[in-house]
Design a binder for this molecule. Structure first.
Ligand SMILES: NC(=O)C1=CN([C@@H]2O[C@H](COP(=O)(O)OP(=O)(O)OC[C@H]3O[C@@H](n4cnc5c(N)ncnc54)[C@H](OP(=O)(O)O)[C@@H]3O)[C@@H](O)[C@H]2O)[C@H](O)CC1
Ligand SMILES: [K+]
Length: 516
């Protein structure tokens, strides 16, 4: 499903109206009708009382149409205008006039108005501000939003919660806290990123007559992952189907280079997850001095002790040894639990240049890359030679901040833009983890993952994701397919765990592997 920003939505509206010839009033009618249906569902019954909060633009126009349909459905409605309706223009003015002729009750609300008697209503429809909203809600809009949030009533937001930044998911003060949001035609970036996603409640995308081809025509290349998208846009039709005439050699051999004495679990989780995600074989390369303690724990996984001079870490293991081991492997995941060591950035560069294996770099490997970026004058790892096989980076916001030389706050402010820019500039596939993981390809496509839950914010889940992703790569998926499907399955497995437990926060990383 397409996810648009306000500029793209304006261009799509314009194209639909001017080039295709669907009149704006038709789109508005469809929008208002769709919202009326969803708001009626939210109210859950007949003859409910709706307060429709109306702003001066097209969002308000949609709200007036919704009021008309809600009234036709047999409900009581009242329009509460946040701006003097005499000042309305274009389609919103036409809807205002229709509402007057139909004697739809209304009141003009201003900063000086007394509080609305909310006990007279069952549901609020928020049609104050949509994709034309700029900055924090002003004057009567702000007061009305505060009042609505304080009313305790369920709120159905039209297109976006008023007060939300439609483009980056930031929320202004105040911002409507909706029970549900009916996004018109396409989802909006602000609904797919935190904290906006929390303020939007359940997001329902409703068609209003704008053809999908209009988004394609306008070059929208941000998507929310869902099953149809996996098959159509990502080319992963029947991704689970396998020919019966196969053997373990058909599904790729993953090399996991991970873990040190203090963090052996990271390697264990990563290797196990890789195997569960369907590759044929997994070899786990680990410092040889603690290999004996692992023997017997993972009967399906091959172990390879790397000469570590008894230190238990990666500081004495040579990149050359790993490069040799990576020959004939279908994917190499490096980083989980390896720790940092002297000259590790140069070490990683040797691996980068020496292996032809598709790479998944996670955890400490990302910090090694950041070391390269902070090496002033070197141009960072952007200046490293281009690889012929793909690289997938899987940073959490902290690691991403180090990679970009920015603060976590800056990264989280616009995760979509950050991930896209980085992937394009560095020619890598990037998985920016966190709520609504963002996956960006070097070509500039961005996929937002809807699966997963807060219980997954626990040690080891990142190691599991890295293992799953490498496993999918080894099975012949492209980098963007492996990254997007990996994040989707990882979250879906996490959701299954959460659903099966009395206490959702009890989830641990191993549970995810078992639910794959
Ligand atoms: N165009 C179409 O065919 C369709 C659009 N749909 C709906 O339209 C909105 C977007 O409508 P738009 O009119 O562009 O914008 P808004 O309704 O969001 O806001 C318009 C005016 O509100 C004022 N404004 C902006 N920011 C603030 C603020 N922070 N506080 C107070 N007021 C604000 C501003 O007017 P000014 O004169 O004050 O500058 C805006 O002009 C979209 O979301 C859909 O709901 C339909 O989907 C049908 C098709
Ligand atoms: K709104």
């Amino acid at each position: 499903m397409y996810v648009v920003n306000s500029r793209e939505m304006r261009a799509i509206d314009h194209y639909t109206i001017e080039q295709i010839g669907i009149p704006a009033l038709v789109l508005m009618e469809n929008a208002g009708r769709a919202v009326a249906e969803e708001a009626a569902k939210l109210a859950g019954g007949d003859s409910r009382r709706f307060a429709i909060l109306v702003g001066k633009g097209n969002n308000g126009g949609d709200g007036i149409v919704a009021a008309r349909h809600l009234m036709e459905f047999g409900n009581e409605v009242k329009l509460i205008y946040a701006t003097d309706p005499a000042t309305f223009e274009h389609e919103a003015a036409i809807q205002r006039d229709i509402a007057r002729k139909l004697n739809i009750p209304y009141e003009n609300y201003s900063e000086g108005s007394p509080p609305i008697p909310w006990r007279d209503y069952d549901v609020i429809v928020d049609a104050l501000l949509g994709t034309g909203s700029r900055g924090a809600p002003r004057a009567a809009y702000a007061k009305l939003i505060d009042e609505a949030n304080g009313s305790g009533l369920p709120i159905c937001s039209l297109d976006i919660p008023s007060g939300l930044d439609p483009d980056n998911g930031g929320v202004h003060a105040p911002c409507i806290r909706a029970s549900c949001t009916v996004a018109l035609a396409f989802s909006k970036r602000g609904l797919e990123q935190q904290p906006g996603a929390d303020y939007a409640g359940r997001v329902i995308v409703r068609a209003i007559g704008i053809p999908k081809a209009a988004a394609e025509q306008q070059g929208v290349h941000t998507f929310r992952i869902e099953e149809p998208l996996l098959s159509d846009t990502l080319g992963l039709r029947n991704y689970e189907q396998r020919s019966s005439d196969t053997n373990k050699g058909s599904f790729g051999h993953v090399l996991v280079a991970a873990g040190s004495l203090a963090m052996s679990g990271a390697g264990l989780l990563c290797a196990k997850a890789a195997l569960r995600a369907g590759c044929g074989l997994v070899t786990w390369a680990l410092p040889e001095s603690w290999l004996p303690s692992i023997v017997g724990q993972l009967p399906e996984i091959m172990l390879r002790g790397m000469s570590d001079q008894g230190l238990g870490d990666w500081s004495r293991i040579t990149p050359q040894a790993l490069i040799e081991l990576s020959e004939k492997k279908a994917a190499l995941v490096f980083g989980p639990g390896v720790g940092r060591f002297t000259d590790d950035t140069a070490w990683l560069r040797e691996l980068w240049e020496g292996t032809s294996c598709p790479l998944v770099l996670d955890a400490d490997a990302l910090n090694m890359l950041s070391g390269s970026s902070s090496d002033s004058g070197s141009g960072g790892f952007k200046a490293w030679p281009k690889r012929s096989s793909p690289v997938i980076l899987t940073p959490h916001p902290g690691e991403m901040a180090r990679l970009c030389g920015k603060s976590v706050k800056d990264i989280q402010m616009d995760r979509i833009a950050t991930a896209r820019t980085f992937a394009e500039e560095h020619g890598v596939t990037l998985v920016l983890k966190g709520a609504h993981t963002v996956i960006a390809s070097p070509a500039g496509d961005v996929f937002i993952n809807p699966t997963g839950n807060a219980g997954m914010a626990t040690g080891g889940t990142g190691d599991v994701l890295a293992g799953i992703t490498a496993s999918l790569l080894a099975q012949g998926k492209t980098a963007i397919q492996a990254a997007a499907l990996g994040a989707y399955l990882h979250g879906a497995a996490g959701d299954r765990v959460a659903d099966s437990r009395a206490y959702k926060a009890s989830l641990i990383a191993s549970d995810i592997i078992e639910q794959l």
